[in-house]
Design a protein around this ligand. Structure first.
Ligand SMILES: Nc1nc2c(ncn2[C@@H]2O[C@H](COP(=O)(O)OP(=O)(O)O)[C@@H](O)[C@H]2O)c(=O)[nH]1
Ligand SMILES: [Mg+2]
Length: 385
């Protein structure tokens, strides 16, 4: 769900990559990770089985600066495509502001594409959202495969509404950033129409993002292209993207929400010196306010070590402390004040009371914690004195 901090003119939006199993959602997110400069994104978190199938979700935070005078934080999620993970898909879809539907262009995948699209429609409807009014773009993925269906056929079957669609090859990255730009633009338009995002301040020229090419445009396309280090219309040629290295090491921590930044908008990389050379920050610690940084690290460390019970306990502890920033009140009321789903917090509590836990329980706990950090951030909490 979007959240807006009017003081900082910052908007946080959630975009979900949806589609059948193996259509290329995780590969797409990895490509976005590789393409966007490290200062503008966090670490990607993937929770996968040994066979590299997405078990719970993938998550990648990306920051786009000064889009019409607003900073946009994108929280990008993928869902597991396999039919039997529908409960997880519903959870990840909760509060989404837009969807990129990643369809597999191979003829034998058409039934799976249709089924997944119908499942998206149904799951959105359960949240009271109608797909035909929802920001949506399509990736026609795996265009490199020779037997790929013609785009016209895919359109007729899956995109009668004629929303923006893109031929993509997630492995090489072709088209992937174009689809991301398009959905971001649609989401911002939608939020403006709903008056959730303020209109641009006419008198203030949009500021270029750090490291942006001199004289580059200030529109979203230009901004995203600058992040990607590419011209607005260019798509990544296979050879160029293949040469990109996945950078390792700590990322910048989340920045205070309520401090308007006149010139430079990128959070300074403030990884504690003691962490240098150690495990890179995970997404929970990347989002954590400094007061809860150690808790988030502990939860991620336990997750990585396969100690799911400890991970869940650490998440619950950090959740309680995080919710307490909303003021003295029962847990449910604190959750309500922060617009955190109380049902999720209750489920986390019940998981912590269990004697044994599975990997997806721990993943859920991290997910709840990340939602709380995102909410705290949007609310400008905890306030810094
Ligand atoms: N040929 C080809 N293979 C792809 C493309 N995108 C993804 N794949 C492959 O498809 C498989 C499933 O991709 P994955 O991203 O895990 O699918 P997900 O289940 O939607 O997350 C992997 O083996 C990928 O390497 C593409 O554009 N072209
Ligand atoms: Mg996946």
């Amino acid at each position: 769900m979007s959240s807006v901090n009017l003081v900082a003119r910052e908007v946080a939006v959630k975009i979900v990559f949806y589609g059948p199993g193996l259509s290329g959602k995780t590969t797409t997110l990895r490509k976005v990770y590789e393409t966007v400069r490290p200062a503008h994104r966090g670490e990607m978190m993937s929770i996968a089985t040994e066979g590299d199938r997405t078990l719970f979700f993938d998550f990648l935070p990306v920051k786009v600066e000064r889009v019409n005078d607003c900073t946009v934080r994108l929280a990008l999620y993928t869902v597991p495509g396999q039919v039997f993970y529908n409960a997880t898909r519903k959870l990840v879809l909760q509060g989404a502001d837009g969807v990129v539907f990643v369809a597999d262009s191979q003829p034998e995948m058409m039934d799976a594409n249709r089924e997944s699209l119908a499942n998206l429609e149904e799951n959105l409807l359960e949240q009271g959202v109608r797909l035909e009014r929802f920001p949506l773009v399509f990736q026609w993925n795996k265009r490199d495969i020779p037997k790929a269906l013609p785009v016209t056929e895919l359109r007729t079957a899956l995109n009668p509404r004629n929303v923006p669609d893109f031929e993509t090859e997630a492995l090489s990255g072709r088209g992937v950033m174009d689809a991301l730009k398009a959905i971001t633009r649609l989401v911002i338009q939608d939020l403006r129409a709903k008056r959730i995002v303020p209109p641009p301040r006419a008198a203030t020229p949009a500021m270029p993002s750090l490291g942006a090419a001199k004289g580059a445009g200030s529109g979203l396309e230009a901004q995203l292209s600058q992040l990607a280090g590419k011209a607005p219309t260019a798509t990544a040629p296979a050879s160029a993207s293949a040469g990109l290295q996945r950078p390792a090491g700590p990322i910048s921590r989340s920045m205070p929400a309520v401090v308007p930044q006149p010139q430079v908008q990128v959070a300074p990389p403030i990884a504690p010196p003691a962490l240098t050379g150690q495990r890179p920050l995970g997404p929970a610690s990347a989002l954590a306010p400094s007061e809860l940084f150690d808790h988030a690290r502990a939860a991620e460390g336990a997750f990585a070590a396969g100690d799911y019970g400890t991970c869940i306990q650490a998440c619950l502890d950090a959740t309680r402390r995080g919710l307490a920033f909303a003021g003295e009140a029962p847990l449910g009321a604190q959750a309500h004040l922060l617009h955190v789903d109380g049902g999720d917090v209750l489920k986390l509590q019940s998981l912590a009371a269990r004697s044994s836990n599975r990997v997806d329980d721990a993943a859920f706990a991290l997910y709840v914690l990340m939602q709380i950090f995102t909410r705290l951030h949007a609310a400008g909490l905890p306030t810094t004195e």
